[in-house]
Write a protein that binds this ligand. Structure first.
Ligand code: ATP
Length: 345
């Protein structure tokens, strides 16, 4: 667990690439306004780190996270070519951040659905993201055959299951849906289903537990998200379904995520570096701001997180300040100013 130093939690701050620095600046201003108990150790990763250290994930950044055990991270771009792995995936693997928590809730009414309130708990270190991929060349075609293998372990399934059930109880949720494809990927996702069901037996009296095949789940989420509460699934299904869930509530600009392990936690927006709008000052800072609220809750600063969420809600629904992705024309600065004004009033 992170510890306070002179009253504050040291946090590794990674502005990231693309729109990262713009939204990070906005989040820092809001956190400053509410007096959030964080002190920042700024470090680089992604393209910014390539420029400075010729390494997308430099040792100084890793050392900083190892020390602080907490990071707030803007989106990172992985350099194309040169055999670099995704810096995001590498961070999750390095710190064994096995739980990815991605909430999706309605912030502005009038969308496709009202009152959506879902949480994806995604296994974050196993499955198809382990990087076991190969090509076999045949007759001069170097890519004649491609092979990709996934790995799920009993221990990995058990710890994400325990995390998800505990998370559901701590957060007053009512139901967990286990999402899998055990009818086809019988071993890979079969072990997940089997293990999670087994862990679930200890929680049966406190939570409703059901399971769905991933394709049916995708359809049902789109047709009626109110049928779901907390979803628990393997790495790649979780990645795909959490974007789908973000789409149900107005897109990636409002979608936060937390990557949590035993020894460290990294908070981020679900979206990427959005190169198409980088530098234009029009990005929605709320995904990262909501991620910072998750970080506040992680260090038990629940009241401050609630205050920020209430200010965001008021700005979106009463002041009707909306960035472009939400159908408005407000800039990042205007959105930030409106949230700060709400917090100061
Ligand atoms: P990357 O390769 O880094 O994942 P990408 O462009 O493939 O980048 P995203 O960065 O997630 O994927 O962006 C997808 C779309 O959503 C883009 O059109 C982008 O402009 C938009 N978008 C993402 N984040 C935001 C945001 N915070 N505010 C407004 N629009 C956003």
């Amino acid at each position: 667990m992170p510890a306070r130093h002179e009253g504050k939690f040291p946090v590794t701050l990674i502005p990231g690439d693309g729109i990262g620095p713009e939204i990070v600046e906005s989040v820092l201003e809001v956190l400053e306004t509410v007096g959030a108990p964080f002190s920042w150790e700024q470090q680089v990763a992604g393209m910014a780190a390539m420029e400075k250290y010729q390494d997308p994930l430099p040792q100084v950044t890793l050392d900083s996270i190892r020390r602080t055990k907490l990071a707030l991270k803007g989106p990172l771009t992985t350099p194309v070519g040169g055999g670099y792995r995704s810096a995001n995936v590498a961070l999750r693997q390095t710190f064994d951040l096995y739980a990815n928590v991605r909430p999706a809730r309605t912030w502005i009414s009038g969308g496709r659905y009202e009152g959506v309130d879902l949480v994806m708990v995604r296994e974050n270190t196993e499955g198809y993201y382990v990087g076991f991929e190969h090509y076999f060349p045949i007759e001069g075609d170097p890519h004649a055959v491609a092979i990709g293998a996934g790995i799920n372990t009993r221990a990995g399934c058990r710890r994400i299951a325990e995390f998800a059930f505990d998370y559901a109880l701590r957060n007053g949720r009512r139901k967990i849906t286990i999402v899998h494809k055990a009818n086809i990927l019988k071993a890979l996702t079969g072990v997940f289903l089997e293990t999670v069901r087994e862990v679930g037996k200890l929680y049966e009296d406190k939570l409703a537990i059901e399971d769905r095949i991933v394709d049916a789940c995708a359809m049902q989420l789109v047709m009626d998200p109110s049928k779901f509460d907390v979803l628990l699934t393997t790495n790649m299904f979780g990645d795909i379904l959490s974007d789908l869930m973000a789409g149900l509530v107005g897109g990636l600009g409002m979608a936060p995520g937390a990557n949590i392990g035993k020894d460290a936690a990294i908070f981020e927006a679900v979206h990427g570096s959005a190169p198409d709008i980088a530098g234009k000052g029009v990005a929605n800072p709320n995904a990262l701001l909501l991620a910072s609220c998750m970080m506040l809750e992680y260090v038990d600063e629940h009241a401050t997180a609630r205050r920020i969420r209430a200010a965001i809600k008021a700005v979106l629904t009463e002041d009707r300040v909306h960035t472009r992705d939400l159908g408005g024309s407000a800039t990042t600065r205007e959105m930030t100013r409106a949230i700060v004004a709400r917090l100061a009033s």
